[in-house]
Design a protein around this ligand. Structure first.
Ligand SMILES: Cc1cc2nc3c(=O)[nH]c(=O)nc-3n(C[C@H](O)[C@H](O)[C@H](O)COP(=O)(O)O)c2cc1C
Length: 191
């Protein structure tokens, strides 16, 4: 029988160990609907700063190729990211820039879901519009709604235990993942 599992990878935009966004990312597998498997994407913390001269002399660094391959193989991608200065954190943007230059660019037609957490009052809403814009250029298909903006996240996520303590937040995430499964079924096609 054909494997009907929806394989999704998650990418965290924060590099720090105690990241609230990473805690949310780690909670996702247990919140996914039946039939959806969520695994963490290969890391991008060792990517060099994007430089076309590196690409043209020694080729794509192995970790870039690894992330690009993982994105290409996945049925969907979830970004869990903080907002830095109203936009995409530099390390994540650098990762997207590298991956976007790999031949057979892996974001084409790829279903994307966005989640952000911030100790501030708007939950990183602005980073999502910044990220959506990059995904438009890359011809990805970003889920419109439900949106997950975890505002005042220090009150909703316990960084000592690494758990989401706010049940409403857990419920919203489950709703988005269920919608993402339907979105992938309706629009997804691996490139
Ligand atoms: C360089 C930098 C810029 C930031 N800019 C914003 C911002 O524009 N909006 C916001 O809500 N929080 C901003 N913050 C605060 C982050 O939301 C906060 O540090 C958050 O905990 C980072 O996410 P993480 O816990 O997943 O690492 C900024 C933090 C840093 C380090």
């Amino acid at each position: 029988m054909a494997d009907t599992t929806i394989n999704v990878i998650s990418i965290c935009g924060s590099l720090r160990k105690g990241s609230y966004n990473r805690i949310v990312m780690k909670a996702l597998p247990a919140l996914a609907p039946e039939g959806m498997k969520i695994t963490e994407a290969p890391p991008f913390n060792e990517f060099p700063l994007y430089d076309a001269d590196i690409q043209n002399s020694t080729g794509f660094p192995a970790p870039v190729q690894k992330l690009a391959d993982a994105i290409r193989a996945a049925d969907g991608v979830i970004f869990n990211t903080p907002e830095y200065n109203f936009g995409v954190p530099g390390a994540l943007k650098n990762a997207i820039d590298w991956v976007s230059r790999v031949p057979n660019q892996p974001f084409v037609g790829k279903p994307i879901a966005l989640q952000s957490a911030s100790p501030g009052p708007v939950g990183g809403a602005r980073v999502q519009y910044d990220l959506r814009r990059a995904m438009v250029f890359l011809d990805a298909l970003t889920l419109n709604k439900p949106e997950i903006f975890i505002d005042n996240c220090a009150q909703r996520i316990d960084d000592k235990t690494g758990k989401i303590t706010d049940e409403a937040t857990v419920g919203f995430i489950k709703q988005q993942l269920a919608a993402f499964a339907k979105f992938i079924a309706a629009h997804g096609a691996k490139s």
